[in-house]
Design a protein around this ligand. Structure first.
Ligand SMILES: C[S@@+](CC[C@H](N)C(=O)[O-])C[C@H]1O[C@@H](n2cnc3c(N)ncnc32)[C@H](O)[C@@H]1O
Length: 382
């Protein structure tokens, strides 16, 4: 990849181009960056490159002559690459545009300064205007460096073999999941356990969930164009439902637990509250069987949990047994939340949820609303 930068201030770019990954890539010849000083092509006896705008107005405008002559002297005719003017009026730069630019053999980047560039120079030598964001810089040099940096990362060999551009933010159409490195315990803050557990499939699922959730929160519009699998769509539906639940329970501080933890909850609840001798039979009722849809509360209604309270007695029992913090599980949505202050999770406050289960973290006491008339609520303490 060969990049020519046309600028009045080449010294602004040089230090950045000599450092780190870009510096190494240039030294290794993987990319070639030529800095062309527009002033050297000025035909003006004082080497001027700007003048007052016709029609009045603040600031100066870069004149056409040095720019057009600099391009003519440095680019072959016809030019096989793309000639770009960095400009806040341009097409917004994003990873898709960067990917397209990385496929070009050559790029020519024109950096404006002051109030901009005489339109006739742009008409003569520029194929496209690109903006690096909706804000105004003093000059195009920082924009040119942004383009060079983003494009260079995609040139084969520029990143080391263990650094891949493929699962970065935007490359997957989504924002990237959070990253962690050693130590596993940083001043009391632990790395998410799944990352040190060694189960590759679990790690992938956790990262995907984090990516989807971050994108949903920060850049939901990206989801429209992102290539999503059926599993992604199912995850997103659960994440969106979690937001609705949080909105429904506005004012009750809840922390959503990961979808993997939510998926493990029914089994753990079942094993904690159904005595071993009843589990085989209860499993057929409480988990999807051939004849039954399968609801965990059937462990109560069908007598697989020998002693329990029902109705007002269940509410009373839960109030007495209630732990300080507790888990809230929504069986219909497959969502699990943690509440620091379980006293706020009264059956009344949770009534909009219909079918829900409460339990302490150690699974020693539980309260279940079935959302069905005449069934429950149930509670039990082991
Ligand atoms: C002060 S700006 C000129 C802004 C111009 N008067 C306008 O309102 O569009 C000077 C130069 O900075 C560069 N520049 C400023 N903001 C930019 C952005 N968001 N993206 C790319 N280049 C930018 C352009 O090369 C521009 O010619």
């Amino acid at each position: 990849m060969r990049i020519k930068v046309f600028t009045l201030f080449p010294e602004m770019l040089r230090p950045v181009l000599s450092q780190s990954i870009l510096g190494r890539a240039i030294a290794a010849g993987l990319i070639e960056v030529d800095l062309i000083d527009i002033r050297e092509y000025s035909a003006d006896k004082h080497r001027n490159t700007d003048d007052y705008p016709f029609g009045g107005g603040a600031g100066m405008v870069m004149t056409a002559q040095p720019i057009v002559d600099a391009f003519a002297a440095n680019l072959p005719e016809p030019y096989g690459g793309r000639r770009i003017y960095l400009s806040p009026r341009g097409r917004a730069l994003n990873q898709r545009v960067v990917e397209a630019l990385a496929k070009e053999k050559e790029l020519a980047l024109l950096c404006g300064h002051y109030e901009g560039v005489d339109q006739r120079a742009l008409d003569a030598v520029i194929d496209e205007e690109l903006s690096i964001g909706d804000y105004v810089l003093t000059g195009g040099e920082l924009g040119a460096l942004v383009v060079i940096d983003a494009v260079a990362r995609l040139v084969p060999g520029v990143l080391g073999s263990d650094e891949s551009p493929e699962d970065e933010s935007f490359s997957t159409g989504l924002l990237e999941y959070p990253q962690y490195t050693r130590p596993a315990d940083f001043r009391g803050q632990q790395v998410p356990g799944v990352l040190t557990g060694g189960n590759h499939a679990d790690i992938e699922a956790w990262r995907r969930e984090q990516s989807l959730e971050l994108t949903l929160t920060r850049r939901p519009e990206l989801l429209d164009a992102a290539p999503l699998t059926d599993a992604d769509r199912a995850m997103l539906a659960r994440l969106r439902r979690a937001r609705q639940v949080e909105a429904q329970l506005d004012g009750i501080p809840l922390k959503r637990m990961g979808l993997q933890a939510a998926d493990l909850f029914p089994k753990a609840w079942f094993n904690a509250f159904v005595p071993a001798e009843n589990r085989k039979a209860a499993k057929r009722q409480c988990f999807s069987g051939r004849r039954h849809v399968g609801w965990l509360w059937q462990a109560f209604s069908m007598g697989f949990i020998p002693q329990f309270d029902e109705g007002e007695a269940a509410r009373q029992n839960w109030r007495e047994a209630q732990p300080a913090a507790c888990r809230l599980y929504l069986p219909d949505d497959g969502l699990l939340f943690e509440a620091e202050n379980s006293a706020m999770l009264t059956p009344q406050a949770l009534s909009p949820l219909g079918h829900f289960m409460l339990a302490d973290a150690a699974l020693t006491c539980t309260y279940v609303e079935t959302g069905r008339a005449g069934k429950g609520p149930y509670s039990h303490k082991v």
